[in-house]
Design a protein around this ligand. Structure first.
Ligand code: PLP
Length: 365
């Protein structure tokens, strides 16, 4: 489906009655006025909320698929996994993706009888997918920015009788469309670029498989893993500027990556938009943008820390995808990367101003 962010901005407006507010009202209520039989009405705050409904309408438009919102990316990932695995299931996950997905699988799912196996993102399809019930992928991976051929993996897993789940956090539906490539379920941390202002945590699950979505909805209702209405409202507002933010962030990332690649303080750089990047060919084939994340390896841990902590236009913070550029050394969380490896999230600052700040900080090391 062609992205239609303009249409998205008018989804609510075009359904309004005269006199209704153009901006989305925030419904902050656990109870609904409910005399008599409840059929067809909002019942209780763990089950229904009009702010979620509007948010999910917009998310569904972006994904071109039914969507359910969750209070964080991990809540969305938990919902997708708990809805699809059972005791005895074989689950394959990346060994180098977002580390909390591994923790969830190892610390909780495996104790319930799910057999969890890991593979690196590079060469993920080596060994095939025979016998796996659920295959979870993350592409580009966080933080390594390696990519998986999503259409090929989706096809192979389906042929082997399994289902695929893709974490699309790093590119958003504007940058990559896993469902169109045959992936069964998309999960996303909307805490990142989707919300974009670093002021809340949210996530969503999207799938065109009605049975899976029924299970995901049941999981949300029964486990109580529900978004707060205010967070849902904030995400809805963030989505209204996703197109313009994402466009600037990706364009700036390309400019910065090219200049950083030529800077003597940078030992190694990864950005899928660089022609010699190992992910470039796949990114060209399956993404519409190269993203706003890049990774740099400097000469030493100390230099990396000094760069992150002194650049006035970089927030030294974990997480990514916000309007403010940010950076961190991923080794501090135990990712198996060089101690001087920095994940840099390019924000919405004007690119020349941002480059001047970054260049000055690198030159001063
Ligand atoms: N998936 C990826 C790729 C992430 O980077 C993150 C968080 O950093 C998550 C999922 C989890 O999202 P949240 O922090 O919103 O629970």
């Amino acid at each position: 489906m062609a992205h239609k962010p303009g249409e998205m901005l008018h989804l609510r407006g075009n359904a309004l009655e005269k006199g209704e507010p153009v901006a989305l009202p925030l419904t902050q209520s656990s109870m609904y006025h409910l005399p008599g039989l409840p059929d067809g009405h909002a019942t209780y705050g763990r089950v229904d909320n009009p702010t979620w409904v509007h948010l999910e309408h917009v998310l569904s438009h972006l994904e071109d698929a039914p969507c359910l919102s969750f209070p964080s990316g991990m809540a969305a990932i938990s919902a997708a996994l708990f809805a699809t695995v059972q005791a005895g299931s074989r689950l394959l996950i990346p060994s180098d993706g977002y580390y909390v997905t591994r923790l969830l699988s190892d610390r909780f799912l495996s104790r319930l009888g799910v057999v969890v196996e890991e593979r690196p993102t590079t060469g993920f399809a080596d060994g095939g997918f025979e016998g796996f019930d659920v295959v979870f992928v993350e592409s580009p991976s966080n933080p390594g920015l390696d990519m998986i051929d999503l259409a090929d993996v989706a096809k192979q897993v389906r042929a082997a009788g399994g289902i695929t789940i893709a974490d699309n956090t790093t590119l958003t539906p504007l940058g990559q469309r896993p469902l169109d490539l045959g992936i069964d379920v998309v999960v996303s941390s909307d805490t990142k670029a989707m919300g974009g202002h670093s002021d809340m945590l949210m996530g969503h699950v999207a799938s065109r498989d009605a049975q899976i979505m029924e299970r995901v909805e049941e999981w949300r209702r029964v486990s109580g893993s529900i978004p707060g209405p205010h967070e849902a409202w904030l995400l809805h507002r963030g989505l209204e500027t996703l197109d313009v933010r994402f466009d600037r962030m990706c364009a700036s990332a390309q400019v910065l990556a090219e200049r950083l690649a030529a800077h003597p303080a940078v030992k190694h750089i990864r950005y899928p938009g660089l022609p010699n990047d190992p992910s470039h060919a796949l990114a060209q084939a399956q993404t519409t943008r190269f993203g706003f994340l890049l990774s740099l390896t400097l000469e030493s841990e100390d230099k990396a820390e000094a760069f992150i902590n002194t650049c006035p236009l970089l927030r030294p913070a974990t997480s990514f995808g916000g309007v403010h550029s940010s950076a961190e050394r991923r080794a501090r969380w135990g990712d198996s990367v060089d101690p001087a490896f920095i994940r840099l999230s390019v924000g919405c600052e004007p690119v020349e101003e941002l480059w001047q700040a970054i260049e000055a900080s690198l030159n001063a090391l």
